[in-house]
Design a protein around this ligand. Structure first.
Ligand code: FAD
Length: 404
């Protein structure tokens, strides 16, 4: 077989793969880089199906990769959008406690946020909340001024354009179908021919565990697809939300709870919930993939997770199947809304790594294996942090991957 030869191949044209590729082309201009994306354009999956929020970093454990890369990544994302004329708005957000038992967790978030270096965080009472979000009610709220919104599909298109301008190659419609380690080289087979390089970076999102296995490595985790569904607030009622209104999240889960987001387009949506999808790219209830489902059901971690979280999972399914239940969850934040104010919106599927013991991997996870690096857990806020994830991966692995 003949191979087209590169110095580094990246699998996955989402925000993370593109962020890594951009950093490599900037830092090592002479290196020949190839990025493979199976879809007809970049950002077709998580990076183009998210809430578009530039997260501040308030939620994450101090010292974690998520905390460090999100706080620095948010500033870098705002600067990137400004420099390249991508619509964005640092509108701030409120995290609203609606029940007494949430008040200590709200205070804990403030402490976390300050430990992560956020400035301007402030606990506010119901009157000040109403000045900021006139239709929201709560006992107290945390004001987070550095949160913003943008459009990550546009961000990714710009990443791809800059990579190409720097001499990198972004090949769409090119799924990686096989990986072989040959002496001093990694060979990647695709539907469009075979390529080789001295280093490979796996940024395949919902398929990153499968790509790791394809490369002969045991990822040690399984990627579980969690669908997040949205409702849109009808345009006549969009004025009920000025910016971003979030509940206090349940610390046992990596998801933030259904919330209101005024997107950069001005459209206001509510969601996303978090239900187990029956296909890795299962955007609708009727999307079922037998291989994905059988793989999930055969993984012991799934059953252990189900045993721990079945009550919460039932609640999420109930809200998925019943609009009334979904809207009831939102009424805690915005009591004026009712069912007729919402129409079904889009959905996205999160790639969340699950351990065999049933624990959800909390932090970002980058796993080196010789000349291959697997990016195995980059859920939210990875779109926000994508530029910094690129830098962190290059800092960590430039030498082992033979880039420097
Ligand atoms: C509903 C939802 C809401 C979210 N909200 C936010 C938010 O507001 N802010 C935020 O910062 N983050 C948010 N996130 C998280 C964020 O979108 C993701 O963390 C981020 O997009 C992950 O990027 P990625 O490049 O790893 O994955 P992806 O964007 O999924 O990219 C992976 C790519 O790999 C490709 N691929 C897979 N297999 C192959 C193969 N064999 N060959 C070639 N290509 C392959 C796929 O086609 C895909 O394009 C949200 C996510 C979801 C789902």
């Amino acid at each position: 077989m003949t191979y087209s030869r590169y110095d580094v191949i990246i699998i996955g044209g989402g925000a993370v793969g593109l962020g890594v590729a951009l950093e490599i082309t900037r830092r090592f201009p002479g290196k020949r880089l190839l990025l493979l994306e199976k879809e007809d354009r970049v950002a077709r999956h998580q990076s183009g199906h998210n809430s578009g929020v530039i997260h501040s970093g308030v939620y994450y454990k101090p010292g974690s990769l998520k905390a460090r890369l999100c706080v620095a990544g948010a500033a870098a994302m705002v600067e990137f959008c400004r420099e390249h004329g991508i619509p964005h708005n640092v509108c701030g957000k409120v995290i609203v406690a609606t029940q007494e038992e949430e008040l200590p967790r709200l205070e804990e978030l403030r402490i976390r946020g300050e430990a992560n270096g956020l400035v301007g965080l402030r606990l506010i009472g119901p009157e000040e909340l109403r000045e900021i979000e006139p239709h929201a009610t709560g006992l107290r709220a945390l004001l987070v001024p550095s949160t913003g919104v943008t459009d990550y599909a546009l961000v990714c298109e710009k990443y791809a354009e800059l990579i190409a301008a720097n001499g990198g190659v972004v090949r769409t419609n090119t799924p990686a179908t096989g990986i072989r380690r040959i002496p001093n080289e990694i060979a990647v087979e695709t539907s469009q021919g075979a390529f080789s390089a001295s280093a490979l970076i796996n940024c395949a999102g919902l398929f990153s565990d499968r790509i790791a296995r394809m490369a002969g490595d045991d990822p040690g985790v399984m990627i579980v697809p969690f669908r997040g569904e949205y409702y849109d607030l009808v345009p006549e009622r969009a004025s009920l939300v000025r910016a971003l209104i979030y509940p206090v999240p349940d610390p046992r889960f990596p998801f933030l709870g259904v919330h209101f987001t005024r997107r950069i387009t001005g459209k206001v949506d509510a969601g996303p919930n978090a239900i187990l999808a029956l296909a890795r790219e299962g955007y609708r209830h009727r999307d079922i993939n037998v291989r994905d489902l059988a793989g999930s059901l055969a993984f012991p971690g799934l059953w252990r997770m189900a045993r721990q979280h079945w009550r919460n999972a039932l609640g999420e399914w109930h809200r998925s199947l019943s609009k009334a239940a979904f809207v009831r969850a939102l009424q805690r934040l915005l009591p004026e809304v009712c069912e007729k104010d919402f129409v079904r919106g889009g959905s996205g599927v999160r790639a969340q790594a699950l351990k065999p013991d049933g624990a959800l991997v909390d932090d970002f996870q980058f796993v080196p294996s010789g000349k291959v690096l697997h990016v195995l857990n980059v859920p939210s806020p990875a779109a926000t942090a994508s530029l910094m994830i690129g830098k962190a991966i290059v800092d960590m692995a430039a030498t082992s991957l033979g880039l420097s």
